[in-house]
Design a protein around this ligand. Sequence first.
Ligand code: ADP
Ligand code: ASP
Ligand code: MG
Length: 447
Amino acid sequence: MKFGGTSLEDEQAFQRVARIVSSNQSSNLVVIVSAMSGVTNALIKGFQRAGQGEASEALQTLERHFERHLKVISHLSATLREKMIVVIEQSRNEIIELLAHVSASRKTSSQPMDAMASHGERLSAKLLTSVLEEYGIPASYVDARLCIITNAEHGCAKPFLEETCRQTRAELQPLLKAKTVPVLGGFIGASKDGVTTTLGRGSSDYSATLISAALGAREVQIWTDVDGVMTADPDLVTSASTVSQLSYEEAAELARLGASVLHSKMIEPVVDQKIPVRILNSRAPERSGTLIWAGAEKTTQAVRAIANKTNLIRIDITSTPEFVANGFLGAIRNIFDRHYTQMEIVATSEVGISFACEEAGALSSLVQDLQQLGSVETKSRQAIISCVGDGVQSVDNSGKLLNILSEIDPALTWQNKSSHSLISMVDEDCVGPVVRQIHQGLFERGK
Ligand code: ADP
Ligand code: ASP
Ligand code: MG
């Protein structure tokens, strides 16, 4: 069971989580948690502020969050509360030391940044362990850095699967045998030499599926603040409904294309063993949520959900028709790979190709390299809107679907470079209205 930051925002939320764990106690459970909502952002911001020489101002902005942690444990028994006060104080002291160090060196490198960011998950996991104990649930905090072993790419470390599997089993199986619930922070790991790493923003979901795969879990449950994966981002479309089932391919595609309820890498670890993943609402645990599994029912609806991804840049590259027809795409892919930048093709023509990629730091050197292949134009503040579903795959469906989509908005052009999605690019400011319009056309007709 993984509980996201939105399910751990305050004392009541921790109680809700404890009740959910308690009602599933008969299963052999492992609990993975994110930091309390807003804490990772605050830690990263504080770290950056300290890098400008403002360590005490940075600490000031974090005090509110230490208070939030203290409030969570305010009604625990005296012994547990005292133990947790010490834990929070220890973490605060380590953070003060980190801030002072960064402030003195004025260097915000990614290694101490990971050490800083790791405190959110380490604290919430320790706090939840004590809340579970208060509920009479035998629980034990496990340092995730002993389980998830990664390379040293700080900020987006990649797990070594064999080591992670071996370590996870060694740390967790004895506890499970003893009917004790291990509680771990997601998001964090350690390199082979024991230095703290993080797996990328929002990656507690990924930690949960990695650990589940290592243990051969029967099921993964991702508990969040919405009823499951919805037909569109519920922040944009209030009428979005819960998707009851998704195949692994659909879920992975939605995650990749921006449905932030799922982390982009979380599906990968569970596919081989066909471990089902359930997305559930911690505020309404009785609802059935979304089941992601190998047996997802085929529907007549070609599109299961609409995803959107913002903060992108569009890159248009034009060259000669001969080059575009021969080797152009391969050369472009090599350049993106060399710059560790993921891209989506959003339009193609005889004389060029257009891509979308994230507005990352090293973009100018990527563009410089691309200029060797043709003339390059860029446009920022762009977004991708995607229609995702296994039904998109069939040519028949796709033709029909493209007609429907062009009726909904004739101005949009669609690309189907993957068999599970159609994607289109729009200005970031148009995302809300366009997604609502497509949602209405695909899911609300006749309602
Ligand atoms: P957690 O803290 O539980 O990891 P996240 O904020 O990462 O929660 O993910 C849940 C949020 O994802 C929802 O509150 C919603 O705003 C957003 N979201 C975006 N697209 C979708 C979608 N298709 N279905 C459900 N939620 C979505
Ligand atoms: N706390 C981390 C983040 O905010 C990881 C997560 O929430 O999954 O990115
Ligand atoms: Mg999340």
